[in-house]
Design a protein around this ligand. Sequence first.
Ligand code: SAM
Ligand code: SF4
Length: 317
Amino acid sequence: MIDSYGRRITYLRLSVTERCNLRCRYCMPEEGICQKDCSEMLTEDEMIAAVQAAASLGITKLRITGGEPLVKRNIVSICRRACAVPGIQDVAVTTNGLALPALAKPLRQAGVNRVNISLDTLDPEKYRHITRIGRLDQALAGIRAALDAGFDKVKINVVLIGGFNDDEIVPLANLTREYPVDVRFIELMPMNSSPEFGPAAYLPSRIVLEQLPDASALPESDGVARLYRLPGALGSIGLISPVSNHFCAQCNRIRLTADGKLKPCLHSAVEYPVKGLSSAEMLEQFRRTIGSKPEKHELLSALHPSQAGRMMNQIGG
Ligand code: SAM
Ligand code: SF4
């Protein structure tokens, strides 16, 4: 379906849970979240009905996210059923990777094409600091498991944080020399959940290039990422700049939260509930959501945080 600004909407990000086995400082509060009653959350059947409604309106690409999607007990079944929905051509999972040693192969067998694994540092102590409770060796084991499982693509998502990992741009980028992975540097977004980050934490992604003088620009694009490659590297480097250079004009996505709210825009509080609706009503809510996508969101900064009205783990980043 085409929205009011001529953008073809082909991409649904489906959050399957708000829960997580980490507590990343930019995403979630230390104490975790107040767990909602099961009855408020979408069931597996409702998620699949939503994917069917989305596909009937021209959605071809699905990303399964959270919270941490791999803590969801029925994640493999959700993925298998979502991959089988007619019209869905590409299914990716975004994960912190901790559960991939057990789940990479089952997810691949379920039909998942691609995985994105979040990794903001290669230093075990810094990893523990940013995730508050995580172990780097477990995340690295997850990356290895994803590579062994034979996905079409494995990407590493790095949130760029001034004063935290801007001294690790080179080693993180060098992962593309050693392994067939793409590394994406993503600008930190000022969400309500990240009050501890001051203005200095918000770095424009172009600083990545200052530290990689031998990176050359690639002609192809990959959704919203600008792509580069280091000489001889196996994978690409991507810059994703939601703050310094927002990509609203190319936005082709909508989001469905784990508690059943369709969001036309990540940074707006406008939501359309789908929980408990019939297939016809659900389809109508998808039409409304796409029809009400705003032209763009407000510019974000440390002083002007997102108006999403939710923490990132409750949206599905
Ligand atoms: N738990 C999974 C993970 O960490 O990959 C999936 C959910 S997480 C919310 C999805 C992505 O959002 C992760 O790559 C995470 O680093 C990113 N993210 C979370 N909060 C963010 C923020 N404030 N700014 C930029 N990216 C953020
Ligand atoms: Fe969990 Fe992902 Fe948020 Fe980290 S970024 S707290 S792993 S949902």
